[in-house]
Write a new protein. Structure first.
Length: 138
């Protein structure tokens, strides 16, 4: 299993399936893929096994020197095998930068288990407050 640049495979059905997992059922997947495709600073890496993408992580390096993860996912059949944690570790090893991301209640514990500092904050959506989590790894 190799951790490689998979941006050239944005339209691969394996990647689209994973992106739907991390983006949620109401997300406009085509728009998100195009956003990644049209921005050279956005990177997409993942684990590939037997030419199948089994995980992906989209990220970019902000002007303040923080590696920001905009999305991360693992195929359902490969979850709970340490692949998500390994992707974060590999990004850290490759870039030697602090990592930051934002997530929802469902994933906050995962990032805690990865050794990230997890802090809640409240945002509003259509006038309704809801909780989000800022996750950081220095």
């Amino acid at each position: 299993m190799d951790f490689v640049d998979i941006k050239h495979r944005l339209d691969d059905p394996d990647h689209i399936k994973i992106r739907k997992l991390w983006s949620g059922p109401t997300a406009n997947i085509s728009r998100l893929i195009e956003k990644c495709r049209s921005n050279d600073y956005r990177k997409l890496w993942g684990f590939v096994e037997d030419n199948h993408i089994i995980s992906s992580v989209e990220f970019y390096i902000r002007d303040d020197g923080i590696l920001y993860v905009s999305g991360i996912g693992v195929t359902e059949s490969h979850q709970r095998q340490g692949i998500g944690r390994t992707m974060i570790e590999r990004l850290r090893d490759m870039h030697q930068l602090p990592i930051e991301l934002e997530t929802d209640d469902d994933a906050a514990d995962f990032y805690r288990k990865c050794g990230m500092k997890v802090e809640s904050f409240v945002v509003e959506n259509n006038g309704k407050p809801y909780r989000r989590w800022k996750c950081t790894l220095d």
